[in-house]
Design a protein around this ligand. Structure first.
Ligand code: SAM
Length: 202
């Protein structure tokens, strides 16, 4: 999977679809969550930073975590004196970070991670007290979304009820699903949700 993202990194931002998804996900997140200039945010599966760079001007720091060095190189090319995202090539599920974040955002990366339960446990472990998650991905689909094939695709979208259960079991509360965008393809449309939740207080 990482090889594929390395191969497509330079082309990733071309065309409207991915820009439109990132824009709508950003709008959905900011309509539900107040971002503050004191916050440190992780963008999980940040890729080229399409979502990260929208959030970065509003907060203190955005760390863009990804497994693809080439996708992260695109973040480096976009960094300027005005706005920066910190790229980090690391598998945080096997090598957790010391740092804890006020919030974790993510767009279209979760379906590439096999163990969703372990992913939300990892998010939980990387959040400060009362921290939030805002995770965007596809509603359950029939496997036709990825026109290049399904290598590295571990989930054909997500059923809301099953995902809610996983998130709650991982230690989150106030789990809410929001419709963010509909990706229109020739034969079918693919709705995208953002699920928000907060780390449950002990
Ligand atoms: C479909 S792309 C989305 C990129 C970006 N969020 C966007 O919306 O344009 C999925 C990204 O998730 C990354 N990814 C997949 N599994 C990952 C993991 N376990 N840890 C970190 N990044 C991962 C991939 O390398 C890829 O850059």
């Amino acid at each position: 999977m990482t090889e594929r993202f390395n191969r497509v990194a330079e082309e990733w931002d071309k065309g409207d679809t991915r820009q439109n998804i990132a824009h709508s996900v950003f709008q959905t997140i900011t309509s539900r969550i107040t971002l503050l200039n004191t916050m440190s945010i992780m963008d999980f599966g940040a890729g080229t930073g399409l979502l990260s760079f929208k959030i970065a001007p509003m907060v203190k720091q955005v760390v863009g975590v990804d497994l693809s060095e080439k996708m992260l190189e695109q973040i480096e090319t976009k960094n300027s004196s005005k706005v920066q995202v910190q790229p980090l090539c690391r598998d945080i599920m096997s090598s957790p970070l010391e740092e804890k974040f006020h919030g974790i955002v993510s767009s279209m990366a979760m379906h590439h991670v096999e163990n969703t339960t372990a992913l939300f446990e990892t998010f939980h472990a990387h959040l400060k007290r009362d921290g939030f998650i805002a995770i965007a991905d596809l509603e359950a689909e029939d496997g036709s979304f990825h026109s290049h094939g399904n290598e590295g695709v571990h989930h054909f979208g997500f059923e809301r009820t099953a995902l809610r259960e996983i998130i709650e079991k991982a230690g989150f509360e106030h789990v809410r699903f929001h419709h963010a965008y509909t990706i229109e393809k020739e034969v079918k449309n693919y709705p995208v949700f953002v699920v928000t939740a907060t780390k449950r207080s002990l």
